[in-house]
Write a protein that binds this ligand. Structure first.
Ligand code: AHR
Length: 661
């Protein structure tokens, strides 16, 4: 036996001596499958979306042109003026704020009869373009009197070679949208777009746009299909949007205002993204919000992926880490009205004002909004007093809509305690806790919810992620150590599903060149994307959340870190499965057997999914996206007992068919 073990060790040269040892004593885990402790809400594992790290513009929103409407800070951000073939002429940015305050700028392009005058758009760190794909170019244009200008559109590689082109002949003297489609003959993640004017004359241009034809659900002007697919693959119970601190704004003027994010995209007012200058170590000076991904798109996406929508609204407070500006209480009504109108927009009949607008935007059916967040990461008495006004107005009109209330930025301490006490006394529906903490904190806090009041408000673990170095450190990694500590902690969420009804990792997306905050669940460049080990942890929980929690014990104790083991178990009544999640955070293998009591008709085989790495520093990447990813194998049962050797640093998910009433 000793010889065999040594052979295996040498074969796996990467294994250290420690990994070759196993804890000889077999651990016997008992599952009391007939003792249902809690019901698992369909919302249990969801996602948290915020436009941080280029998640929306330059990310999931598939627009390829940066600053399409000339509204970013200095109006030609993203654009370079260019002439070719002896071109001659000028480009001017025109301001018409009085007439169009929500989209004040456009350009006027003049050309002589010689050559081409134009401008090149750099995209968001370049444009991701695929060979054989059809691209849809559009522009709002207005020819001046007597002008004959034709537009030549070219997609170019960084070396200037043209990989796709099209021509447009604007003919109207009033603003009109022109569209043209063309196919591209090469793939690159760094394309630029040139828009050339040819012939003599002057033309006004605005909303210069380029989208791939193939988007999520092939919606014109839609979302990047590969990125939304990654969300759909999580089968999330809810979609929280649009953030995050972005809801609050650095000041009240730059708060998120949902009404400005729906309807025609050329009427959606662009504003600076608060992450533009927020983190000094990762400045993003050209980061703006175009709101092409606005509230209608959020609701549609939630519906597409089967997630309950959870919008979070500004409660009359700007980010307390920044200006902390407050809207005086006697001026809060429009903010409260925004919340009431949003509920009507989501749920109202088509004869109501806001329900009609939803129908006019193509969705007569209600979105079935059941929850709304009042404030993001607020704290202090000034929050409580505003929260009371919002809550009264919402509950008076919509008693069944549940309100998500913030418990501040930390999972403990003065700010947390003040809100936690107040909101429990006020019988709040759902409390939103945030924790960006070390991997050790996650392991140490697996019992966090064991003694929470079972009759009090429900918990939404609204933002959490293990931080490998320190909170907000740019050196944080999405490594296996962080992911496995989250997996261990989540057994505690699951065991307490009667109290914890919702949980979401944060942030969700990051562009590999455009990020500000790390770690993040999904990373992408202009063409590719990958799920982190943390993504696969979330996915395993979400796809295997089951319907009812049952106890799993070791020596009659819940499994909360004994010899590095953490466990939870659920029944899946819909599919007739018992599901055990067992995490071994130890560097040694552990021999385990699982005794499943109280179930008839147990199958003799089990599907075992393992997420494992011997290297706690292991990460996934664009070039090695599946370095740490689920591996499925089979196990067998002897009667109601299944033996399994738990690998070092492993998350194991055991699924066994049974007869479940
Ligand atoms: O997820 C990043 C930020 O962390 C969120 O915007 C905020 O709510 C929290 O402080």
């Amino acid at each position: 036996m000793r010889k065999i073990i040594l052979t295996v060790c040498f074969a796996g040269a990467f294994l250290t001596t420690a990994f070759c040892q196993s804890n000889k004593t077999e651990k016997v885990f008992a599952v009391a499958a007939n003792h249902i402790k809690a019901h698992v809400e369909p919302t249990m594992y969801g996602i948290f979306f915020e436009d941080i790290n280029m998640a929306a513009d330059g990310g999931v929103y598939a627009e390829l042109v940066k600053n399409r409407s000339f509204e970013f800070g200095s109006s030609l951000i993203g654009w370079t003026e260019k002439k070719k073939d002896n071109g001659n002429g000028k480009i001017e940015v025109i301001d018409r704020s009085a007439e169009r305050p929500e989209n004040p700028h456009f350009i006027t392009l003049t050309n002589s009869n010689l050559g081409y005058n134009g401008l090149i758009n750099e995209g968001f760190r370049g444009m991701g373009i695929k060979k054989g794909e059809t691209y849809s170019f559009s522009v709002l244009a207005r020819q001046h009197s007597g002008s004959q200008i034709k537009l030549y559109v070219e997609l170019m590689k960084p070396d200037g070679s043209v990989i796709g082109n099209a021509t447009l002949s604007p003919d109207a003297a009033n603003w009109k949208r022109y569209n043209v489609k063309f196919i591209v003959n090469e793939t690159t993640d760094k394309a630029h777009l040139a828009v050339w004017a040819k012939n003599e004359g002057t033309i006004d241009l605005d909303m210069i746009s380029l989208f791939p034809q193939h988007t999520w659900k092939n919606r014109p002007g839609g979302l990047r299909a590969d990125l939304v697919q990654k969300l759909a693959d999580l089968k999330p119970g809810f979609l929280r949007f649009p953030g995050g601190c972005i809801v609050e704004g650095r000041d009240i003027a730059t708060r998120y205002q949902w009404k400005k994010t729906i309807g025609d995209i050329d009427k959606r007012e662009n504003i600076i993204n608060r992450w533009n200058t927020e983190l000094k170590h990762r400045l993003a000076p050209e980061y703006y919000q175009t709101f092409g991904l606005g509230f209608m798109e959020y609701f549609l996406t939630a519906e597409d992926i089967g997630a309950s929508p959870l919008p979070i609204l500004n409660c009359g407070m700007a980010c307390q880490f920044n200006t902390g500006q407050l809207v005086p209480l006697d001026q809060l009504d429009p903010y409260i009205q925004d919340a009431l109108d949003l509920i009507e927009f989501a749920n109202g009949g088509i004869h109501t004002k806001w329900g009609k607008l939803r129908a006019d935007l193509g969705h007569p059916k209600p979105f079935n909004l059941k929850m709304i967040g009042v404030g993001n990461e607020q704290w202090g008495e000034q929050y409580i007093v505003r929260w009371k006004l919002f809550t009264k107005a919402i509950k008076d009109k919509y008693p069944h809509v549940r309100i998500v209330s913030s418990l501040g930025p930390d999972p403990g301490g003065e700010k947390f305690d003040l809100l936690n006490t107040a909101f429990r006394e006020l019988h709040a529906d759902i409390l939103d806790e945030h924790y960006y903490r070390s991997p050790k904190w996650f392991l140490d806090n697996v019992k966090r919810y064991d003694n929470y009041d079972r009759k009090g408000p429900k918990i939404f673990a609204g933002e959490y992620a293990a931080q490998s170095v320190a909170t907000v450190s740019p050196d944080n990694k999405n490594n296996w150590q962080c992911a496995i500590s989250e997996a261990a902690f989540m057994t505690g969420l699951e065991r307490n599903a009667d109290v914890v009804n919702m949980a979401s990792y944060a942030p969700l997306f990051a562009h590999v060149e455009g990020w500000q905050w790390t770690p993040d669940l999904i990373w992408f460049d202009n063409l590719r994307s990958y799920g982190t080990p943390n993504y696969y942890v979330q996915q395993l929980y979400s796809l295997n959340k089951g319907t009812d929690v049952v106890p799993v014990t070791l020596n009659n104790q819940t499994v909360t870190g004994q010899d590095g083991c953490f466990a939870s178990a659920v029944l899946d009544k819909k599919n007739s499965d018992v599901i055990i999640k067992i995490i071994n955070t130890d560097k040694k293998k552990q021999n385990a057997s699982f005794v499943i009591n109280g179930l008839k008709g147990l199958n003799t085989t089990a599907a075992i999914t393992t997420l494992q790495s011997n290297d706690l520093a292991a990460e996934n990447s664009l070039t090695n996206p599946k370095a740490v990813s689920p591996v499925i194998h089979r196990g067998s049962l002897n009667g109601n007992v299944m033996k399994l050797q738990l690998q070092p640093y492993s998350f194991n998910l055991i699924r066994i068919k049974a007869t479940i009433d």
